[in-house]
Design a protein around this ligand. Structure first.
Ligand code: CUA
Length: 339
């Protein structure tokens, strides 16, 4: 009996120690969405259950190893135990009950997280190797490579992918959703905290999607409604102000994530830089050399796999973009202007 009491006390102490120890590690970033509430609530109870189970297994194990170890000179057999029906019924029913409670809590949490606001603002999310583009159909239809959201207003993200499976994840908002080619997946987020423009959150891709998966990130800004509307108006104005083909091309390249792989200032990223590309001699992976003229640049966008620049054989396939002929001419004009 003495052993049961000692182990019981040790289990309780170890369970509390594990729970508060894990809590002190601050595993979660700040909770910045309405959806984070029910998720963190469920997570907390799971950590409590995990801490208790951990203590329940490890404490008796270690206690037995120390207290019931073989004494010096003792060569007798241990007591033979046939089984214990009551114990087996107990350790079947108790976990079953706990699992059912968590199933109920999980479905409650999920229904809270997916609660739809009919007034939700729609933002379309386009994912590709290796960038995100955000389209704002309700603010005039412009594109952005940053996600800007007004605080305390639910946003409905309608997400698609042009190539492989990606996963949309902003840790501060907790929720995560796969982005799958060939269908539109949805995610609802209600930001509850305004972040400093100098400390944006990040959209991360949480699905290994190729060689530059790690770099598939975008900044997330949460502001008050008027700042958001002002930003949207600035984006629309930038579209209107881009009069020359080069300026239009730059805007298209920026907002379609081209700079995620192609630097306009000379750095070699996943793909070759655009700086000084036009008119230069380009070594191809098949050993030949071509002059990067207008036709070569256009063909490299339309048929990215037809010719691979030497040194970039290992890079993941560049996706085929659905640009109009007009848009293509702007982008080519922009690349040609990068001397
Ligand atoms: Cu997209 Cu990883």
């Amino acid at each position: 009996m003495r052993h049961y009491i000692t182990v019981g006390i040790l289990v309780i102490v170890a369970a509390f120690g594990t729970y508060f120890g894990l809590d002190a590690l601050e595993l979660m970033p700040e909770a910045a969405s309405a959806q984070a509430g029910p998720i963190d609530w469920l997570w907390n109870y799971q950590v409590i259950a995990i801490s208790f189970l951990f203590a329940l297994i490890v404490v008796p194990l270690v206690y037995s190893l120390i207290v019931f170890r073989r004494k010096k000179g003792d060569t007798s057999d241990a007591e033979h135990i046939e089984g214990n029906t009551n114990l087996e019924i107990g350790w079947t029913i108790a976990p079953l009950f706990i699992v059912m409670v968590f199933a109920y809590m999980g479905s409650y949490s999920l229904s809270e997280v997916r609660r739809a606001d009919p007034q939700a603002m729609i933002v379309k999310v386009h994912a590709r190797q290796f960038s995100w583009t955000f389209e704002y159909p309700e603010q005039g239809g412009f594109m952005s490579n940053e996600l800007h959201l007004p605080v305390d207003r639910q946003v409905l993200l309608q997400m698609d992918s042009t190539d492989v499976i990606h996963s949309f994840w902003i840790p501060e908002f907790r929720v995560k959703q796969d982005v799958v080619p060939g269908r539109v997946t949805e995610l609802r987020i209600t930001p509850t905290l305004i972040n400093l423009p100098s400390q944006p959150y990040k959209v991360r891709c949480a699905e290994l999607c190729g060689s530059a998966h790690y770099s598939m990130e975008s900044k997330v800004f949460v502001s008050d409604e008027s700042t958001f509307q002002q930003w949207a108006a600035e984006q629309l104005a930038a579209y209107a102000a881009a009069q020359t083909p080069e300026a239009k091309g730059e805007l298209l390249a920026k907002n379609n994530g081209c700079f995620g792989c192609h630097s306009p200032v000379g750095a070699a990223l996943v793909g070759p830089t655009w700086k000084g590309l036009f008119g230069s001699q380009v070594q191809l992976s098949n050993g030949t050399t071509v002059t990067a003229d207008e036709a070569f640049i256009l063909d490299s966008i339309l048929n990215p796999q037809a010719t691979i620049v030497a040194g970039f054989e290992g890079a993941s396939a560049m996706p085929a973009y659905a640009f109009t002929e007009e848009e293509l001419s702007y982008i080519v004009a922009y690349i040609m202007s990068l001397k």
